[in-house]
Design a protein around this ligand. Structure first.
Ligand code: HEM
Length: 335
């Protein structure tokens, strides 16, 4: 049987590919003859994925809680996949379709589009958070959560990595401490000691770090410091500043960054906060009595004032960070 000209060309290309690495194409063709057709279940590893939902109690609603956390972590992973590409200027795909490492230069269109992808992931998460807010019975939640202590979403490492990849590490320092470190060119380690999230995991009654935080630091502190050093020049803000000045003024680029700031630092934190209000609202004295944290004074963005790109906002916008939304969407509905 005569070989189709296109097939012949492909075989030639394959021969070249393997010859370049000193390999014999025939061994690889044997492998192809022996290998099975790919299936959906092998490709997606869906069966393994579906073994990972293991609630700690028999309350049916705990399944929703564990799975929604897992869904969120997958979206966070999608976001981090884009941060890595932005940090490295994007994949270098040659005109012949070959993928050869990273590009040397960041293109503003690529930058805006990839930040846009991250925005879409966060918009999906913000919208779907209703599954938490209204999708579980409070009575069940308050029972099964006792079996999960001291674990908390606070210990999501990917959430912190998203912050580290987004901004200059200085912007993640506790807002009270920032002015004292401002002109001192602090090291990543020094800034990490004063990271904003310590405030969310300090016991109300004793002022000590909670077990939740101690365990989180033991597991991840080294990774965070390493990542923060690596992303000093690769975080989204640093990459933005590496663009030519004219490109930095581009509306698409600026809007993508502002949306990222609002999505990660206002919209998601607020729907998340709304779920805490829904299930856990109680007096500060009661929280202190149970060794709890002051999440009511910590979670709302207007208290944290975590802002990735402060230079892009006016003084008034920084001053009012997260305020309007809190009033209309959280407090009014819960009064
Ligand atoms: C009913 C649902 C939820 C409630 C009541 C809730 C409650 C809380 C509370 C009270 C905190 C403060 C720290 C603490 O006291 O442990 C917190 C922190 C946190 N939770 Fe949740 N949470 C819920 C769902 C989720 C989900 C689905 C995620 C997704 C991963 C998540 C991620 C986080 C993160 C990242 C923090 C740290 C926020 C920060 O430091 O600003 N939470 N949560």
């Amino acid at each position: 049987m005569a070989i189709d000209i296109k097939t012949e060309e492909k075989i030639k290309l394959l021969e070249d590919k393997y010859a370049q690495m000193g390999q014999d194409i025939n061994s690889y063709l044997d492998g192809l003859l022996l290998s099975n057709y790919l299936t959906y279940w092998d490709y997606t590893q869906v069966e393994t994925l579906l073994t990972l939902q293991n609630p700690k109690t028999d309350f049916p609603d705990e399944m929703i809680f564990i799975m929604y956390h897992q869904i969120t972590e997958l979206y966070f992973k999608l976001a981090l996949h884009e941060f890595e590409q932005i940090g490295n200027n994007g994949p270098n795909i040659l005109p012949n379709g070959k993928l050869v490492g990273w590009k040397e230069k960041l293109e503003p269109e690529f930058f805006a589009e990839r930040v846009g992808r991250i925005n879409r992931y966060f918009e999906a998460l913000t919208k779907s958070f209703e599954i938490m807010i209204n999708g579980m019975e409070k009575e069940q939640f308050l029972r099964y959560r006792m079996a999960l202590l001291p674990a908390s979403g606070f210990q999501s490492a990917q959430y912190r990595k998203i912050e580290i990849c987004s901004t200059d590490f200085f912007n993640l320092v506790d807002k009270e401490v920032r002015p004292t470190l401002k002109d001192k060119n602090p090291s990543i380690e020094e800034m990490f000691t004063n990271i904003y999230w310590n405030k969310g995991a300090t016991e109300l009654s004793t002022g000590k770090k909670t077990l939740t935080l101690l365990q989180f630091e033991k597991k991840y502190a080294k990774d965070f410091i390493k990542l923060a050093n690596e992303y000093k020049t690769k975080n989204v803000w640093a990459k933005y500043k590496s663009l030519p000045e004219a490109d930095q003024k581009g509306v698409k680029v600026i809007n993508a960054l502002k949306e990222l700031d609002v999505n990660v630092n206002i919209n998601w934190p607020l729907v998340h906060y709304k779920s805490a209000v829904q299930y856990l609202q109680q007096n500060t004295e009661d929280i202190a009595a149970t060794g709890g944290t002051n999440w009511q004074k910590y979670l709302p963005p207007r208290f944290q004032k975590r802002i990735f790109f402060p230079e892009l906002w006016s003084e008034a916008e920084v001053e009012d960070w997260g305020k309007g939304w809190v009033v209309t969407n959280v407090f009014r509905e819960n009064k």
